[in-house]
Ligand binder design. Structure first.
Ligand code: NAD
Length: 500
């Protein structure tokens, strides 16, 4: 393999450290420099130093990838579904072997702890997701109907052709495989743009696809910026479907660009401001660590993190004491490449400063109480934020309304069911909601009333299951990933009427 050798920054020795870091684009089954030869730097948020410099794709590179995907489409879509599934199985095997490398590359670009640990070990899900979609191969079917006299009618599910995907930095390869495996098993081909903050591991995933023998052009990965590269994908006239995970603002931009170009089908997985309601009858021994884990995982950079807690006033003091102690323990930060580190820094300087701007506002507010943390971790290199609990936060403040994307919990009290459900739903987001209570009727009333794509009872995020749909209501998105519904979003439906 022809890797380009790159500097790794100050990383200590880690078993997954590759001999060299791939820096090129993956187009038509090969690693190639961008046409213009321009590069951009990727920074290690724990050291604030450059980890790598990678080729930057522009609209010309996107077009090259689209043409490769277009050429590959007829043969790929004509394979039997089981043959496509077989390629995915082999891709999963290659990804599994490369997990230490993927973890290393994410650690040095967005700060996720590289060693498997109880609160941030997402990596093992990567091959599982690909195998899940491989197992869906024979389930992608239409229906038949005899309901019209003298007719047999059938519906067909067919691939779109060339699809686009744009992924965020917080779990780069997990989002890559969700989108790509679903697109490929249904017979589409793919051009994917990774996040400019963490593009390295997506190139390893591309190499794994190459090792798995996935035919040239079926899967293409371009590293690049939102503009021009992401926009070029959203605007491309030969891409008929796009799936995006990222911020609501960018999701809105992509939907607009898609509408302005060819009205491509758009799936959006966006942000959240997920409420967690804890009643006075809840098992706090379970609720407290679940709440802490939800906000500390990936140092709060998780779309479905429970960021707003509503605690019943009768147990609020006890809950807060216990939550503080747990967050201090679970929230200990460290070098992402050191074994045992549970929490790394924020992904980059921009995210760090964004979180700090919310914390500045909290400290300056006359109403808000900073119960834990509330600032950066002083006296150290890297973008580390203290695990933070804010209480008495006005419901109409930016802290309650906006996604902070850091280890920052808002904890407010309640005593009335109607009031807390109204507050929980008083948001533009609708990704995930949770409730802890021993009263089953109350839990089910909440499950029905909460405006979210997922409701968790006596547990909270990251609880998910592959066979359950995942996606957002309201401003949190459009479409679903996971589950038997996921492949629906990667196929067009056609009705065929057959007169007898
Ligand atoms: P972002 O929207 O800034 O960027 C996401 C991707 O979009 C990146 O690849 C970026 O280059 C690209 N992009 C930016 N501007 C673009 C444009 N004009 N046209 C096309 N592409 C463009 O988001 P982020 O900072 O990478 O990720 C954090 C956000 O993502 C948070 O809001 C988080 O909640 C959300 N998120 C959602 C989910 C989910 O499943 N719902 C999962 C992870 C992250």
């Amino acid at each position: 393999m022809n890797f380009h050798t790159k500097e790794h920054g100050d990383a200590p020795q880690y078993p997954g450290k590759p001999e060299a870091i791939e820096d090129r684009l993956f187009i038509n089954g090969e690693f190639v420099p961008s046409k213009a030869g321009k590069k951009f730097d990727v920074y290690n948020p724990a050291t604030e130093k450059v980890s790598a410099s990678v080729y930057e794709a522009d609209a010309d590179d996107v077009d090259l990838a689209v043409q490769a995907a277009k050429a590959a489409f007829p043969a790929w879509s004509e394979l039997s579904a089981l043959e496509r599934g077989h390629y995915l199985e082999r891709w999963a095997d290659a990804l599994e072997k490369s997990l230490p490398e993927i973890s290393y590359l994410d650690a040095i670009s967005m700060g996720k702890p590289a060693y498997p640990d109880p609160i941030s070990a997402l990596a093992p899900m990567i091959p599982m997701i690909v195998r899940f979609f491989a197992s869906k191969a024979l389930d992608v079917t239409g229906e038949s109907s005899l309901n019209t006299a003298n007719f047999i009618n059938i519906s067909l599910r067919q691939p779109y052709g060339v699809c686009g995907a744009i992924t965020p930095w917080n779990a780069p390869v997990m989002f890559l495989v969700y989108k790509t495996a679903a697109a490929l098993i249904t017979g589409n081909t793919m051009v994917l743009k990774s996040s400019e903050k963490a593009p390295l591991s997506s190139l390893t995933a591309a190499r794994c696809a190459q090792e798995a023998g996935i035919p040239k052009g079926v899967f293409n990965v371009v590293s690049g910026l939102g503009r021009p590269c992401g926009e070029a994908i959203a605007r491309h006239m030969e891409i008929r479907k796009i799936s995006f995970t990222g911020s609501t603002a960018t999701g809105r931009a992509i939907q607009k660009i898609s509408a302005e170009s060819n009205l491509k089908s758009v799936t959006l997985e966006l942000g959240g401001k997920s409420p967690l309601i804890i009643w006075d009858d809840a098992d706090l021994a379970k609720a407290v660590p679940a709440a802490a884990m939800s906000i500390l995982m990936n140092t709060g950079q998780v779309c479905n993190a429970s960021t707003r807690i509503y605690i019943h006033s009768a147990v609020a003091d006890h809950f807060l004491d216990s939550l503080q102690a747990t967050m201090k323990l679970m929230g200990a930060s460290g070098d992402p490449l050191t074994n045992g580190t549970m929490r790394g820094p924020q992904a980059d300087k921009a995210q760090f400063e964004r979180v700090l701007s919310y914390l500045d506002e909290a400290r300056e507010s006359a109403e808000v109480t900073v119960t834990l943390g509330g600032n950066k971790e002083e006296g150290r290199t890297g973008y580390f934020i203290q695990p933070t609990i804010l209480t008495n936060v006005p419901e109409d403040s930016r802290l309650v309304k906006e996604e902070i994307f850091g280890p920052v919990l808002i904890v407010n009290t309640f005593s009335d069911e109607e009031d807390v459900l109204r507050k929980a739903n008083d948001t533009e987001y609708g990704l995930y909601s949770s409730i802890f209570t021993r009263d089953i009727s109350r839990a089910l009333r909440a499950a029905k009333r909460l405006e979210a794509g997922t409701v968790a009872i006596n547990c909270t995020s990251p609880t998910l299951a592959f066979d359950m749909p995942f996606g957002g209501w309201k401003g949190s998105g459009e479409g679903r990933e996971f589950s038997r519904y996921a492949t629906d979003y990667w196929t067009e439906l056609k009705s065929v009427y057959m007169a007898l």
